[in-house]
Design a protein around this ligand. Structure first.
Ligand code: 5GP
Ligand code: MG
Length: 180
C-alpha cells in the first residue's frame, strides 16, 4: 500500500497530538451535557475510535451512513443508507466526520439531523479542504483537525475504492494509481 503514497501529509504522531488538543476542547464544551456523538460512516471510523477516547466526559455513540450519487451535474443527490438509532430530540449532538470537502454530504447530514430537533448540533471534522467547497454551502465546521490542500488523500479511515483505510497516517495518493 505505501508504494502508492506520494507523500505523507499527516503522521500518526501529528494526528494523535491534534486529537489530544481537540479532546480537551470538546471535553470542556460537553461537560455535563452527555452528548450523542454521531459518526458518519465509513471514513470516520478510525478517527472516531481515537477521538471518543480523547473525550473525558460521558457520551453516547451513534452512526449514520449517507451516500451521494453524482451524475454529470456537479450537484449530487444524497440519501440516508443508515439512520441514527437514538432519539436525538432535545439532546446535544456532535457530528464527527473524516473530511469536509465540497460540503454537500455534511450539509445534508446536518439538515437531516436538525429536523430531529436536537438541543445543539456541532461538527468536528478531522480534515477540511476549503478550496473544494461548493459555493452554495455556507455551513462551517465548529472544530477542524487539519486544513489541507486540494489533493486526494487516503489513510486513517479514508479510502480509494475501499482500499487504504487501514493506513495509520494520511497520505496523498499517487495520481497514477487512480489514473490507471
Ligand atoms: P463532500 O464532498 O460531500 O464534502 O465529501 C463527501 C465524501 O467524499 C467525504 O466524506 C469522503 O468520504 C469523500 N472525500 C472527499 N475528499 C476526499 C479525499 O481527499 N479522499 C478520500 N479518500 N475521500 C474523500
Ligand atoms: Mg465521509
Amino acid at each position: 500500500m505505501k508504494n502508492d503514497i506520494q507523500q505523507i501529509l499527516l503522521t500518526e504522531e501529528q494526528i494523535q497530538a491534534r486529537i489530544a488538543q481537540l479532546g480537551e476542547e470538546l471535553s470542556a464544551e460537553y461537560a455535563g451535557k452527555n452528548p450523542i456523538v454521531i459518526g458518519v460512516l465509513k471514513g470516520v471510523v478510525v478517527f472516531y475510535a481515537d477521538m471518543i477516547r480523547a473525550l473525558n466526559v460521558p457520551c453516547e455513540m451513534d452512526f449514520m451512513c449517507v451516500s451521494s450519487y453524482r451524475g454529470t451535474q456537479s450537484t449530487g443527490k444524497t440519501v440516508v443508507k443508515l439512520d441514527v438509532s437514538a432519539d436525538i430530540k432535545g439532546r446535544h449532538v456532535l457530528i464527527l466526520e473524516d473530511i469536509f470537502d465540497t460540503g454537500n454530504s455534511l450539509s445534508f447530514v446536518c439538515q437531516h439531523l436538525q429536523a430531529k430537533e436536537p438541543a445543539s448540533l456541532k461538527i468536528c471534522t478531522l480534515l477540511d479542504k476549503p478550496e473544494r467547497r461548493n459555493p452554495n454551502v455556507t455551513l462551517q465546521a465548529d472544530y477542524v483537525g487539519f486544513t489541507i490542500p486540494n489533493a486526494f488523500v487516503v489513510g486513517y479511515g479514508l479510502d480509494y475504492n475501499e482500499k487504504y483505510r487501514n493506513l495509520p497516517y494520511v497520505g496523498i495518493l499517487k495520481p497514477e494509481v487512480y489514473e490507471k
